[in-house]
Design a protein around this ligand. Sequence first.
Ligand code: ADP
Ligand code: MG
Length: 195
Amino acid sequence: MREAADDMDREADRLTELDSAIGDADHGTNMRRGFDAVRTALAEDAPERPETPGAVLRLAGKKLVSTVGGASGPLYGTLLRRTGKALGDAPSVSVGELAEALRTGVDAVAQLGGAAPGDKTMLDALLPAVEAMPKGLDGASTAAAEGAEATVPLLARKGRASYLGERSVGHQDPGATSAALLVGALARAGEGGGE
Ligand code: ADP
Ligand code: MG
């Protein structure tokens, strides 16, 4: 989550720029604000700092819901809360277990937002990541980045970008881009230990 917060800080301008092309130019600000709150909630000296991977994700999801707003707040909040719920309170988690839990979280995002693969949303980065993750975090990270890039030629069918119709074609989806950052951060955090 700390790695993700750093990425959102660093890439906030880019995310907002992408959202200015096919949305309302707030995605970078939204994600930065949300992950700042997550970082604070998980700081060394934070009261009631969670101790298991599942509890970390559940708290992070709760913070995103209460601070991000827009469409992406509830969607990312659901992703992390449902993934965290699926992990339960295990003290450590294997990549295989994480992949399974993330699938539950991504399914919940699809259900909440009603988006299908190819609709030019965060799901277009998250679904390939989930597919690739059982073979390792690096592959999942690459798959998410490729999925985000592959949203460029797509026509948006959900969210604000869908109001643009054909004019949404030719731009990378901001939410798919932030989702790829999130999976990239996960892969970096998992380096070395592999778990
Ligand atoms: P808003 O659209 O309310 O301004 P953001 O700009 O923070 O919210 O987030 C926009 C991103 O949210 C989009 O780029 C897209 O990836 C994602 N999104 C929007 N609606 C949906 C949906 N129904 N399902 C999945 N993702 C969605
Ligand atoms: Mg927006």
